[in-house]
Design a protein around this ligand. Structure first.
Ligand code: MG
Length: 203
């Protein structure tokens, strides 16, 4: 089964069999070549928090959720088939231009009844809008997570290698970079997506 453009799906992070985070997104493309999902300004995600409500990014034993509204420009998530990362095109407020590219390291997508499941791997990469330079982001948090045993040394190496490969693709202008996505615009008729019933249930 494939989703049609304009349908609402949920992209979830799953940690130890439970929902860690859930984002409502609009499907832009669901083809064998690419998954493209739109994070629309105003959409409200469920993100993890400690019992006292403090947001948390490194997986912990117990967590609850807080509501996080996506502000400013939207983000288009571009995920090649089987990739352990997503390329985010981050737009300016008002959707005038892509302000930056972002590589989000995450587990390969798994299709679900409501959309897709993955797990964010904390480490990210920022890429200049003209694709001439890149830098690690949240490297310190990633080091802390590995020290806390969230990922093994071997897993950490694999996550870093995936990031280096994806960054090299960005600088080389390989797909999905330089595919014209920076000229893409959302359908103005799309409503702000909301999390579907059952977003918190893992089958
Ligand atoms: Mg990330």
């Amino acid at each position: 089964m494939r989703w049609r453009a304009g349908e609402t799906v949920v992209l979830r992070d799953i940690w130890r069999g439970r929902v860690w985070a859930a984002k409502p997104l609009i499907v832009v493309a669901d083809t064998p070549a690419l998954t493209a999902l739109w994070m629309m300004p105003g959409a409200v995600s469920k993100l993890p928090a400690l019992a006292d409500g403090t947001p948390v990014r490194i997986p912990v034993r117990e967590w609850s959720f807080y509501d996080k509204t996506w502000r400013d420009g939207g983000a288009l998530f571009l995920i090649p088939p089987g990739a352990a990362h997503a390329v985010w095109a981050m737009w300016s407020p008002g959707h005038t231009h892509v302000q930056s590219w972002y590589i989000n390291l995450q587990e390969p997508l798994r299709r679900t009844r409501l959309g897709w499941d993955t797990m964010d791997q904390v480490l990210d990469i920022t890429v200049a809008p003209d694709l001439t330079a890149w830098a690690w982001k949240d490297e310190q948090e990633f080091t802390e997570a590995v020290a806390a045993g969230v990922w093994s040394g071997g897993q950490a190496c694999a996550i870093r290698s995936e990031g280096e490969r994806a960054a090299a693709r960005a600088l080389a202008g390989a797909p999905p970079f330089r595919d014209g996505w920076e000229r893409w615009t959302p359908d103005p008729m799309w409503p702000i997506p909301m999390l579907p019933v059952g977003w918190d249930v893992v089958e």
